[in-house]
Design a protein around this ligand. Structure first.
Ligand SMILES: Cc1ncc(COP(=O)(O)O)c(C=O)c1O
Length: 377
């Protein structure tokens, strides 16, 4: 018999989360998550899931029937798109301008497909001219995959133009909207996006661990006509959707849904709908402009050029001679403030300041600027 370990209950401090995610969670969302757990097939719970599906459709601006939340974080949303749609031997044009484009490549290769890479410099958006050249050079490509908002650099790519190119060359588009959803303009139906995934923990300011996903009718058609079964049982959308749709008023068990986490997502999306998507996009932009003015006063320089800068993810160069880790440690210890370190090629070179969801508000911007000024001095 192993001896029973004795620990106190875990009581985290209240941090101010201004990194690349998770972001500050709305108090209403935390309260929603603490409500009593009910059965995942309880009639009241499945009625809430119907509402949740329409809230996700609103956030994505889509009427897609195959819209739901994967019971796992953004990475599982990414994997859901690749394992369901891409079959072994198929060609996928993968745009890579940061960490998450590279992860798309790995997903493509793990399903036994061929990734054709379009590389863009870190900190720049995906270049539609280079994408069109790749589409022309690879008429047998079936998909175009790219990251709308690259969290590793803070660059926003032109999803509307890229999806129009995909359509023009007969490809389905697979779009990573983990950091973009709720923070910048995103219109799934209008832009013709075929498969999209996001995460609960960025601009939705929900608890981490869920991934909203949506497939267009063309993507659903591709899934239905697969020659091989989806190799992941858990992520197979044709099985999962039996739980997410009440066909004839009946839902069938696929896996035990994360009941309380879904309450949280329902509440965060309800708050987004109450604010209005366009108002939320504007609030992120307004707060970014206030932050930008303050950072520039401190002499800090952005990694991304203004035209393609994400309001919700501000990557700035660490000034010469400043100790990256020491600054972030002081911010955390003295101000309870978390900002993000650089990732991949920007590790040790940049900080990433998130203004996401509930975190995109004036008092956070003011605290961050004051804390940075004091610590840097
Ligand atoms: C653009 C992007 N894609 C995918 C992911 C993976 O999401 P998760 O960490 O929730 O699995 C992240 C996480 O930061 C991200 O920023």
């Amino acid at each position: 018999m192993l001896p029973a370990p004795h620990f106190s209950a875990f009581n985290p401090p209240r941090r101010i989360l201004m990194g690349p995610g998770p972001s500050d969670v709305y108090p209403e969302v935390l309260a929603a998550q603490a409500r009593p757990t009910v059965g995942h097939l309880d009639p009241l719970f499945v009625a809430m899931m119907d509402e949740l599906k329409s809230l996700i459709q609103y956030a994505f601006q889509t009427k897609n029937e195959m819209t739901m939340a994967v019971s796992a974080p953004g990475s599982a949303g990414m994997e859901t798109c690749f394992v369901n749609l891409v079959e072994p031997g198929e060609k996928v044009i993968v745009c890579r301008n940061g960490v998450f484009g590279e992860r798309m490549r790995q997903n493509v290769e793990r399903v036994g497909a061929i990734a054709v890479l379009v590389d863009n410099e870190w900190g720049t958006p995906v270049d539609p001219v280079a994408v069109e050249a790749a589409l022309k050079a690879n008429p047998d490509a079936k998909f175009l995959a790219f990251v709308h908002a690259e969290t590793s650099t803070g660059a926003l790519s032109d999803a509307k133009t890229l999806c129009a190119l995909a359509k023009q060359y007969g490809c389905l588009s697979i779009v990573d909207a983990v950091t973009s959803l709720g923070g910048v303009e995103l219109r799934v139906d209008e832009w013709g996006i075929d498969a999209i995934y996001s995460g609960s923990q960025k601009c939705l300011s929900c608890v981490p661990g869920l991934s909203p996903v949506s497939f267009s009718p063309a993507a659903v058609e591709k899934l239905k006509n697969r020659k091989t079964p989806v190799q992941s049982w858990f992520l197979d959308q044709s099985l999962v959707m039996a739980y997410w749709t009440s066909a004839g008023g009946k839902r069938s068990y696929h896996h035990t849904a994360p009941v309380n986490a879904l309450y949280a997502l329902h509440e965060s999306l309800r708050l987004l709908a109450e604010e209005g998507l366009e108002n939320a996009w504007k609030r992120h932009q307004d707060m970014h402009l206030v932050l930008r003015a303050g950072l520039e006063k401190l002499g800090l320089k952005f990694v991304v050029a203004e035209a393609s800068r994400l309001p919700q993810l501000n990557a700035i160069y660490i000034p010469e001679g400043v100790d990256d880790a020491a600054v972030r440690t002081r911010l955390l210890k003295d101000y309870n403030l978390e900002i993000g370190a650089g990732l991949g090629a920007l590790a040790g070179k940049a900080w990433r300041i998130g203004l996401m969801g509930f975190g995109a508000r004036r008092e956070n911007v003011a605290l961050c600027l004051r804390a940075l000024e004091e610590v840097l001095n």
